[in-house]
Design a protein around this ligand. Structure first.
Ligand code: 5GP
Ligand code: ZN
Length: 118
């Protein structure tokens, strides 16, 4: 179940302080932190505090909190990195390329003439 998954989940470990992370923002619902292997400077992840493997089990209130945080953080990440654009990406399931099975949204600063792929 979800509790078993959470024990072995790297993002749950960052949430609980058992693993290090460059945390940008945290509240009761969501957390934002820097990606350990950024595809570009400022590559940021937004996750729900409650463990969900992927989009399929998220509640409406979690979706709202996650979307609101993407909206708030997007212009800040774009501005502080001097990016020309910002990719917002979210993968569900191995077939989609998901590698960490705690739901997350990527914010990826993008620059003219460079391709940034997760
Ligand atoms: P996915 O392909 O599942 O959408 O992306 C997972 C992301 O999590 C990758 O961009 C990867 O670099 C990042 N990641 C994996 N392990 C860690 C970690 O321990 N800490 C942080 N901050 N990011 C991680
Ligand atoms: Zn987790």
């Amino acid at each position: 179940g979800e509790e078993m998954a959470a024990e072995n989940c790297i993002f749950c470990k960052i949430l609980s302080g058992k693993a290090p992370g460059h945390i940008i923002y945290r509240d009761d619902d969501i957390m934002c932190f820097l990606d350990i292997a950024p595809v570009s400077m400022g590559h940021t992840l937004i996750i729900p505090v409650k463990h969900h493997d992927n989009i399929f089990t998220l509640s409406d209130s979690e979706v709202t909190a996650l979307a609101r945080q993407s909206k708030r953080l997007a212009p800040i990440v774009k501005r502080v990195t001097g990016a020309d654009g910002l990719g917002v990406h979210q993968l569900n399931g191995r077939a989609a390329g998901q590698t960490v099975f705690h739901y997350h949204t990527h914010l990826i600063p993008c620059f003219h003439g460079q391709s940034m792929q997760i």
